[in-house]
Design a protein around this ligand. Structure first.
Ligand SMILES: [Zn+2]
Length: 383
């Protein structure tokens, strides 16, 4: 089979930006949304969540929860939803259109065409998406704390989120696809990350570059859990790494602004769909991809792709890379026969030690350009 860049999910790249505000938003009922939701609303408008044109209605919601697909059968595993309390729901129900405003100010930035307001079963939804109803799971906790009603409907976005250093590398699928076609690539591998880069990650990405035309390094920028690396640090360390160690013409560095959901296998599918919309033909799925704690089997995020053979983006299951002191190189369980006593890896615990002591990690485990940034960073972890 020859590689090719896939069409957007559902075959249509969604664009829900409207250039001018012809409607009078000032008179509209206004709902304030969190910064996280505003990010996702912009993602909808830019087609990152194609084919969604807004927040899902009850039919699609039920279908996603029950079978991991939209009501028309198209793969979709993480519902994109907008919640409201009882009072807001009553106000919104028959309005037709409402304005959406940022949580931190008065700015109205979008119109929501209200199609339905419906109740939802948080626990049933949590059990399906996160495979647990344990409140200690960050995704479950967030869902249980949502308001009681959901609002479905298409959105039209009028104002983009203000530019900032963190958003400098954000691109829309239309922009990445234009770049892919300019380069003439027939294959592009997407790499999801929420970590600072170790040499092991670099070797894995370069192993993919041996086989495909291009690499999309696509860190997730957004709300994360306590103990995860801060967004600023992920961004600056990757920029330093790419600058010194990557062939620029083969790599695209683009940030994706959405929350981690920690939904493990279901989120792996969601991550793959977003990368398909960016134009990736392949997507690297890690061990315990999008996992947290011990909620998912380490290979559950690989197994789930068997149920989604219609996805049109190929998952790549690389084994984890480690430095082998016997092979004297980066190896993995497929090509190295040596036992765990020869393996060198930077674990989370090691990383914490390094950060705490200010000591530089060995250069074969972490590039000095990267380590320097981490060591000099004031508070590298989300608290
Ligand atoms: Zn070895």
């Amino acid at each position: 089979m020859t590689d090719s860049i896939p069409s957007p999910h559902g075959n249509k790249l969604i664009d829900r930006f409207v250039v001018s505000d012809k409607k009078n938003m000032q008179d509209m009922y206004t709902l304030q949304v969190s910064n996280e939701l505003r990010n996702d609303i912009e993602n909808i408008a830019d087609g990152i969540f194609s084919p969604l044109e807004g927040f899902v209605g009850d039919d699609d919601f039920q279908s996603i929860v029950k079978r991991g697909r939209l009501s028309n059968g198209l793969a979709w595993t993480v519902p994109i939803i907008l919640d409201a309390d009882e009072q807001e729901a009553r106000n919104i129900k028959d309005t037709g259109e409402i304005a959406l405003a940022a949580a931190d100010g008065e700015e109205k930035f979008a119109i929501l065409h209200v199609e339905e307001v419906y109740p939802f079963d948080k626990i049933a939804c949590a059990k399906s998406i996160y495979q647990t109803d344990d409140i200690k799971h960050p995704g479950v906790e967030k869902m249980v704390n949502m308001k009681d009603r959901l609002i479905g409907g298409r959105v039209d976005v009028i104002k983009r989120i203000k530019q900032s250093p963190l958003r400098k590398y954000r691109m829309t699928p239309a922009q990445t696809r234009a770049e892919i076609s300019r380069k003439g690539w027939k294959s592009l591998v997407g790499f999801q990350t929420r970590n600072v880069p170790h040499v092991a990650h670099e070797m894995l990405q370069k192993a993919a570059l041996n086989l495909y035309d291009g690499l999309l390094v696509n860190p997730l920028i957004g709300k994360k859990k306590q103990g995860d690396f801060k967004d600023e640090l992920i961004l600056s360390t990757y920029l330093a790494l790419i600058d010194s160690y990557y062939p620029k013409e083969m790599v695209m560095f683009v940030t994706l602004h959405t929350d981690m959901r920690y939904a493990g296998p279901k989120e792996a599918i969601h991550h793959a769909i977003m990368r398909k919309n960016f134009g990736c033909s392949h997507f690297i799925v890690g061990r315990d991809h999008a996992g947290v704690g011990k909620y998912y089997h380490p290979f559950a995020a690989h197994e789930i792709f068997k149920d989604y053979t219609d996805l049109e983006i190929q998952p790549l299951f690389f084994p984890a890379f480690y430095y082998c002191k016997k092979c004297l190189m980066y190896s993995n369980e497929r090509n190295c026969p040596h036992g765990p006593e020869y393996r060198e890896e930077l674990s989370g615990t090691n990383m914490r030690k390094i950060v705490g002591s200010g000591e530089m990690p060995p250069i074969h485990l972490m590039r000095p350009e990267v380590a320097k940034i981490i060591v000099s960073f004031n508070e590298p972890f989300v608290v």
